[in-house]
Ligand binder design. Structure first.
Ligand SMILES: [Zn+2]
Length: 471
């Protein structure tokens, strides 16, 4: 059998010879499933479906999303799933990972399996395109005071889907269908990874000085009614301010983070804000200060990553982000590091819109890990896997890789967000981690250096990153 006959052939109506379709086929078939394929467009093909064939067997998949989205001169208006969503019951027919009925963003609850063909009613490609490009964020209003698209406005909230990687579930279904017809096909079996990152908003606590010490002392007595806390505050402010001993600074958790991640053999990255005209909202340090320089050298020496934390106002401002990137590069070079060590990072406050990906891309950054909801942990993009971004406005695939953010400690614990106690936060984080690893994606955990204030914080962090040998 020659090499070519092993390839899948994808058959589509010629109407679909567009950048959107080439992108999503490549992302799903080549990026996620690691399959080789060839595309055939023809006038005769049925425009309701996409056909995957090899030899005399084939899979037909619903293609209703693109039928409505694409027209000859470009793109149609709003295409949103109609709710309530239908559900597909797969049972044990294909041995998929998801053990419940599958909600259908686009398509019909149909699945027929015969010896030489499979019909999948779910529009796998259209739904993946809809989720990965964050199309609903362009169509829908519903942004919060930081101009962040909120979960409340998303189909994921309406249908309670945010804790399930819906795209990974669809891609798993397609992969299992391919294996059913062509058992010799090799589809991706990449192991999942746990990636920890720390946004450095505040370098050190620096707040046990002057009036702030007095305020804290008053709070310890009047509010906390704790002589123990009062003495602790006195001791810590003396050690930090008089002796210059940063060991007592509660934001100084860098060594702890590195030690913990090294112990579990987990990747760790620190993202730094590099704005020179600093607004209060951008934290409390100057990227070019000797303190930062020393810290960056220490982090790098221990083999961890340094990345960019785009400032509050840079998320839609190319020149601002360009300057910040340059400031960080200057510090890296001053530390004796090459600018190539800078790969990516995340926007402060998780501020993001389509423009953000464009400016990260234009600035030559390799990946961005901003895309998660602040108010809730889970799968904003429907996937735990990295993928190339497609700019729906300019109809163009970008080089920037989206590394979805799955779990931020602030989302779990903060009163404004999920407001969980540590005991209830753990099973939620743990389930998300399991789903990411099962599907061969990344469980990306964001934990700020300034978020280790209680014994419970350390315990929760350590439990979440525990390596259970599933990597
Ligand atoms: Zn931040």
């Amino acid at each position: 059998m020659n090499y070519n006959s092993q390839k899948l052939v994808v058959c589509l109506h010629e109407l679909y010879d567009t950048p959107e379709i080439h992108y999503i086929l490549e992302q799903v078939l080549s990026g996620f499933l690691e399959l080789k394929y060839e595309i055939f467009f023809s006038k005769e093909a049925n425009d309701d479906i996409i056909l995957l064939k090899r030899e005399d067997k084939f899979i037909q998949i619903d293609f209703s999303f693109f039928k409505n989205y694409i027209r000859e001169d470009g793109i149609k208006g709003k295409i949103l799933p109609s709710t309530p969503l239908g559900k597909l019951s797969v049972g044990t027919k294909l041995n998929i990972l998801h053990k419940y009925d599958i909600p259908i963003l686009f398509g019909e609850p149909v699945l027929h399996i015969s010896i030489d063909s499979i019909l999948i009613g779910i529009d796998v490609f259209g739904s993946a395109f809809f989720m990965l490009t964050r199309l609903e964020e362009i169509y829908k209003s519903g942004r919060d005071e930081h101009d962040r698209f909120s979960l409340k406005s998303s189909i994921l909230s309406e249908e309670n889907l945010v804790e399930y990687p819906i795209v990974d579930i669809y891609v798993d279904l397609l992969g299992k269908a391919i294996l059913k017809l062509w058992p010799d096909k090799m589809i991706s079996s990449k192991p999942g990874r746990l990636l920890v990152s720390c946004d450095v908003d505040f370098l050190y606590e620096y707040n046990l000085r002057g009036l702030k010490v007095l305020k804290r002392l008053a709070r310890n007595i009047l509010l906390d009614r704790s002589l123990y806390k009062f003495i602790e505050t006195l001791k810590r402010s003396f050690a930090i301010n008089i002796l210059g001993n940063l060991k007592y600074d509660s934001y100084n958790s860098y060594d702890y983070l590195m030690r913990s991640c090294e112990k579990e053999k987990v990747d760790l990255a620190f993202y730094f804000i590099a704005r020179n005209k600093k607004e209060k909202i951008d934290g409390n340090y100057d990227i070019s200060s000797p303190d930062v320089l020393r810290l960056i050298q220490r982090i790098f020496k221990r083999g961890h990553e340094i990345g960019l934390h785009g400032s509050y106002y840079s998320y839609d401002n190319f020149f601002e982000l360009e300057q910040e990137k340059q400031l960080l590069v200057n510090v890296l070079e001053k530390s004796g590091l090459s600018q190539d060590v800078l790969k990516g990072g995340r926007q402060h406050y998780l501020r993001w819109n389509n423009e953000t990906s464009l400016i990260w891309d234009k600035n030559g950054l390799i990946y961005d890990s901003t895309l998660g909801f602040a108010e809730h942990v889970g799968f904003r993009c429907g996937t735990s896997k990295e993928y190339n971004f497609f700019d729906v406005i300019n109809r163009k695939q970008l080089n920037i890789v989206i590394r979805p953010l799955i779990c931020m400690e602030v989302s779990l614990l903060d009163k404004k967000y999920m407001n969980l106690d540590h005991k209830h936060a753990f099973p939620i984080a743990s389930n998300l981690k399991k789903r990411c690893l099962d599907y061969g994606g990344n469980f990306t955990l964001l934990w700020h250096n300034s978020s280790f204030n209680h014994k419970e914080d350390y315990e929760l962090f350590e439990k979440i990153i525990k390596n259970e040998g599933k990597r």
